[in-house]
Ligand binder design. Sequence first.
Ligand SMILES: Nc1ncnc2c1ncn2[C@@H]1O[C@H](COP(=O)(O)O)[C@@H](OP(=O)(O)O)[C@H]1O
Ligand SMILES: [Mg+2]
Length: 251
Amino acid sequence: MTDSPADDHEVAAAVAAEAGRALVAVRAERTDLDGADLKDLGDRTSHELIVRLLAERRPDDAVLSEEGADDPRRLAAHRVWIVDPLDGTREFSERPRDDWAVHVALWEDGSLVAGAVGLPARDVVHRMDRPADLPPRPDGPVRLAVSRSRPPAFVVELAERLGAELVPMGSAGVKAMAVLDGTVDAYVHAGGQYEWDSAAPVAVAIGHGLAPTRVDGSPLEYNRENPWLPDLVVARPEVLAEVRAALDALA
Ligand SMILES: Nc1ncnc2c1ncn2[C@@H]1O[C@H](COP(=O)(O)O)[C@@H](OP(=O)(O)O)[C@H]1O
Ligand SMILES: [Mg+2]
């Protein structure tokens, strides 16, 4: 029997948690592997588990996964799970880094309606339906999360304009959750990403009352034919106007 639609948040969180446990186990047990081999095993293990769990619990829904062949039926589907089985694959392969994530989001008829971002190495699952208050923002410069391995030149320029501090870390999910846990004030990305990199983090950020957008201020749209979604802005309310003004000036 499948769960009722009201349980979509539970499904997202449970699937993210179970995939996270599998990834932690792979990383702990396969000490014979590192680099590309560990990345590949992590990607594959998490993807296969997520696809199996969603097929069991939501057999009528389509799935768009970074690690699966694109299923064209998703374009006619009302409900599509958008998943990144292992976001921050590079960091996953660099033991003992903990900045990697599992993304599970549900898109329904044009909107993200459920989502969970698991941070397995930190034993945390952030959920769209369980918002926590943002910690107070400390005084001082705006803090921007940025890729540790390929910081976009655009974000470096933005930081200069804002007089902001760049805080490098891996994984789009980790960076978006760093806004919610108060580690940074905003996550701005440009130059390349796919829908699975941002869907679940954006769903969770929306659940926490934030209003993520594209860099040009337009809405983030999911389950499009081409899943390329190269930029996004996730900012806490106190810095949003300042960040938007700097983005508009750079455009
Ligand atoms: N220019 C780009 N083009 C495509 N994907 C990008 C990208 N920059 C970042 N990403 C993806 O966004 C995620 C976070 O990257 P980063 O840690 O560098 O910020 C990674 O996902 P994966 O780890 O799932 O591949 C990475 O592949
Ligand atoms: Mg990713």
